[in-house]
Design a protein around this ligand. Structure first.
Ligand code: GDP
Ligand code: CA
Length: 318
């Protein structure tokens, strides 16, 4: 079975670990969000690609959900001693090596997709990890701070400001001109099922879908598209997804996120058992819906979520 997953960082990566356990023989292609990418200290950092790579490759800091395990911060301290910032983005020494290799290869002319493949030769994530695009896309968030309206990089909004101010708009800058990376449309065309993990619907899955051609390819693939809600009991399980949902006019609920994707894209949607009452509303929007436990508390629970998603996919296919 060929499965395509559109993944952000933590939610996507953890789900993928469960999917690999649930479907050990499946051929899994992951289309990764690169809208979170940022240049820091002259280095190209791809947080979501790295979170997937480290999580599946056994190098992730499990408690944090991002960054390397067994990390130290000597380089960051040295940079701070020179007064060189930003100091709000946590880059550890081990992690720095990944960004140095990436930046070096990009400088030598390799596209991000080839660089990602090279990095994965070390990590062996057991999936084919493809960035959504080789072109530069950067998610910016419009905010008002001290009466002044401005746009900040998504990382600045999320990490430095901790989404403490309202997001007025979320713009994937460059997406309109971006092309899907080599392999993206091919993977979708060859897929038996497409899954949206419980990743952020706006700044992770939404950004991937904003690359022209990707949404259309999924809608036209003629295979089941099933998603899992990142919203449980009307709030994000982790992080501040409510802030970016509000910016696109979507209420923070499992049903509203399904409607936001819409029946033109989604065939099936899983909500958590606490959101059982959402099932009827989602089904009346033309999307098959089931309520099952959706908390990725451990690998077995996550694998069961993946099984439920695949079961729903077979059901809508029938
Ligand atoms: P990010 O790029 O690191 O922010 O990660 P993603 O976009 O892949 O996923 C973030 C989303 O994962 C958040 O909106 C969370 O609500 C969701 N999430 C995290 N853990 C869980 C979980 O155990 N269950 C569900 N259903 N969603 C989760
Ligand atoms: Ca992310």
């Amino acid at each position: 079975m060929r499965i395509v997953v559109l993944a952000g960082g933590i939610g996507g990566a953890r789900f993928l670990r469960g999917l690999k356990k649930a479907a050990p023989d499946a051929d899994i292609s992951v289309i990764g969000n690169t809208g979170d990418d940022i240049h820091l200290f002259g280095l190209k950092v791809s947080p979501d690609l790295d979170t997937v790579m480290y999580t599946l490759g056994g190098g992730i800091n499990e408690d944090q959900g991002w960054g390397r395990t067994d990390e130290t911060f000597k380089v960051k301290e040295e940079l701070a001693a020179y007064g060189v910032g930003p100091d709000w983005f946590g880059l550890g020494d081990r992690d720095f090596a990944t960004h140095i290799v990436r930046t070096q290869m990009l400088g030598a002319g390799y596209p991000l997709s080839a660089v990602t493949q090279a990095l994965c030769e070390r990590w062996r994530p057991g999936v084919r990890l493809i960035p959504m695009s080789d072109d530069r896309v950067e998610t910016h968030v419009a905010v008002t701070i001290d009466g002044e309206q401005k746009a900040v990089h998504f990382q600045e909004y999320w990490v430095r400001l901790r989404a403490s101010v309202d997001a007025q708009a979320v713009v994937p800058v460059g997406a309109e001109q971006a092309k899907p990376a080599p392999g993206v449309l091919e993977a979708i065309a060859e897929a038996d099922v497409v899954l949206f993990p419980p990743s952020n619907p706006v700044v992770s899955v939404g950004t991937i879908l904003a690359v022209p051609g990707i949404r259309e390819a999924i809608a036209d693939a003629g295979v089941p598209v099933v998603g899992l809600s990142p919203i449980v009991g009307d709030s994000p399980v982790r992080g501040m997804a409510d802030k970016v949902l509000a910016a696109v006019g979507v209420e923070t609920s499992a049903a509203a996120v399904a409607e936001h994707y819409g029946s033109g894209l989604l065939d099936g949607w899983l909500v958590d058992t606490v959101d059982e009452k959402a099932v009827e509303r989602v089904e009346s929007a033309g999307i098959r819906c089931r309520a099952v436990p959706l908390m990725m508390t451990d690998l077995d629970a996550t694998a069961e979520m993946a099984r439920q998603a695949l079961a729903l996919a077979s059901e809508v296919r029938a």
